[in-house]
Ligand binder design. Structure first.
Ligand code: VG1
Ligand code: CO
Length: 543
């Protein structure tokens, strides 16, 4: 066996963000850049000799090269076996499923999720532990510390491993098993949902459209929706994964999933539409000419969970990220189950699920999931909805409006200001923090500020504390404005402004969210001085 120890020098910028390390492909292509980070992972996670690792990615540009490098480094670092998805492919939720199913030591997932791909696009890498979930903050901090002190990495000299056929080969002393990336995941879905009921719904003429956005979920959706559930061929669109996502932005929202939006708002629109992102963990849910916000979707799934086989016994509890609307809190209250508010990013849900405290989790950023895996899960959310629709036999719109009538409506919107100069974005946050003293108690028309703070979270399971997780402006009627800097961007800073207003009056539930939120938007811009401080009049994206 020919294992080389290669000398290297640290890069100073390998700090994992909200979901792993995300950088431009060109950054990853620098000599030693990927290798340094992978060695920093291996040096931080203390895998026992001979451990099994899961490996796969969303298939974006540079996926194949990175997989080969990681395989050779895993062999040189004493792993006994790697389970790798055929073609180097695993969606993020499927990787989580495989890690759990085969009780492996953990996995490495290659993805920059919803960020564009291609030679000029983004790439990313993260480590997930044996529970199938993203590494906790203590682990990502250890990885970052290693990356700043690294002086060498270990690499096996060997030929590339063929990955395009199911096979079992060896690489040095390590076994490499190429697995079907779809089947274990599809079987798990079949165990949670009533495929018979969904099949009958579809046979009865209920029309669906799923937009895979030329990303990883194409093959998963084809297998599950078309093959196993019998949706007519063509129900899954943009189903062929491409290394650059066809030049698109694989982010399932009303702006970027425009092909689907056109169909769902056109004449003769299908009954149900959905899309997922680059790595398959996000979802957008649409009815006929109707959009369900991710925060409402989480609340709706919680309220209807017992209609679905895998959740018939009820929910242990629910959790949402801090900026996500409090719609699910109202459902939790009615069900008399606990509701947790965590910082942004799926890694904070893992401890709660492992401890059996929550069953469903969600984020406003088109992420929903449950304890069936430890990642958010796009197709799972779609199937959950289809199962509910098959049981209730009502439209998406009717189900949502009935939900609002019962629980009230949390109007919600997020404004993203992307690619800001970092100093200007930090300046807005600093200014807001400095204003806390004068803001509390101030009234703006019918809104008066009750409190403001910088969100801090104490994990109820391990007691770890995460500070500085976003600025909250809380109003006396339950409305909120949240300001947060993104931790997934690769250029400059992205400032997110989250707006939420609660409305109990059914007579106002039909309002457009932008209309219902216009006063709050004005207040947000006023108190943050965002426009003057950043020179930006308009947000880049509104969701
Ligand atoms: C964004 C979302 C966050 C999500 C994260 C990863 O993070 O806001 O809710 O968990 O992306 O999603 P940020 O730090 O940019 O706001 V994925 O689908 O990109 O892995
Ligand atoms: Co994603």
């Amino acid at each position: 066996m020919n294992i080389r120890t290669v000398s290297t020098q640290p890069f100073s910028d390998q700090k994992p963000g909200t979901s792993g390390l995300r950088k431009k492909v060109t950054t990853f292509q620098q000599a030693h850049y990927l290798e340094n980070f992978v060695q920093s992972i291996f040096d931080s996670v203390n895998a026992p000799q001979g451990a099994t690792l899961v490996l796969g990615g969303d298939g974006r540009f540079y996926n194949r090269e990175a997989i080969q490098v990681i395989l050779k480094m895993a062999a040189a670092n004493g792993f006994g076996k790697v389970l790798v998805g055929r073609g180097g492919i695993l969606s993020t939720p499927a990787a989580s499923c495989v890690i759990r199913q085969y009780q492996t030591f953990g996995g490495i997932i290659l993805s920059a999720s919803h960020n564009p791909g291609g030679p000029d696009g983004d790439f990313g890498i993260k480590f997930n532990g044996c529970n199938g979930g993203p590494a906790t903050e203590s682990v990502t901090e250890a990885i970052f510390a290693k990356s700043k002190a690294i002086s060498s990495y270990r690499m096996l000299d060997a030929a590339d491993v063929p990955l395009d056929l199911l096979s079992e080969t060896t690489l040095g002393n390590m076994k490499v098993k190429v697995i079907n990336p779809v089947s274990d995941y599809a079987d798990l879905m079949e165990s949670l949902f009533d495929f018979g009921a969904i099949r009958s719904l579809l046979q009865g003429g209920f029309k669906i459209r799923f937009d895979a956005m030329h990303a990883v979920n194409g093959p998963y959706a084809k297998e599950i929706l078309e093959r196993r559930l019998g949706a007519p061929s063509g129900s899954v669109m943009n189903a062929v994964p491409l290394e650059d996502f066809g030049g698109g932005h694989p982010d399932p929202n009303l702006t970027y999933a425009h092909d689907l939006v056109e169909i769902m708002y056109g004449t003769d629109a299908p009954d149900f539409g959905a899309a997922s992102d680059g790595d398959g963990d996000r979802n957008m849910i649409l009815g006929k000419r109707f959009f369900v916000t991710p925060s409402d979707s989480l609340a709706l799934l919680a309220a209807n969970a017992t209609l679905v086989r895998g959740y018939a016994k009820g929910l242990a509890g629910v959790a949402r990220s801090m900026p996500t609307s409090a719609a699910v809190d109202r459902v939790a209250q009615a069900l008399d189950i606990p509701c947790f508010e965590t910082p942004t990013g799926w890694k904070f849900f893992g401890n709660l699920m492992d401890a059996g405290k929550v069953t469903l989790c969600g984020e406003e950023s088109f992420g929903t999931g449950s304890s069936h895996v430890r990642e958010k899960d796009g197709l799972w959310a779609v199937l959950f909805w289809l199962n509910i629709l098959a049981v209730r036999k009502q439209s998406v719109e009717t189900i949502t409006r009935e939900h609002w009538a019962r629980f009230g409506r949390n109007f919600y919107s997020r404004y993203d200001y992307e690619g800001l100069p970092t100093e200007a974005a930090n300046g807005v946050m600093r200014h807001l923090r400095d204003s806390f003293g004068t803001l509390a108690g101030t009234a703006f028309g019918r809104y008066s500020i009750q409190a403001c703070d910088d969100f801090s979270y104490t994990d109820p399971v391990d007691g770890s504390i995460s500070n500085g997780q976003g600025i909250r402006i809380l109003f006396s009627d339950g409305s909120r404005i949240v300001f947060r800097l993104s931790g997934t961007g690769t250029e400059g800073a992205t400032l997110r402004v989250y707006l939420e207003a609660f409305e109990s009056a059914v007579s106002r539930h039909h309002l457009d969210a932008q209309e219902a939120l216009k006063d709050l938007i004005r207040i947000a811009l006023h108190i943050s001085e965002l426009q003057t401080r950043t020179g930006r009049e308009q947000p880049t994206v509104i969701t």
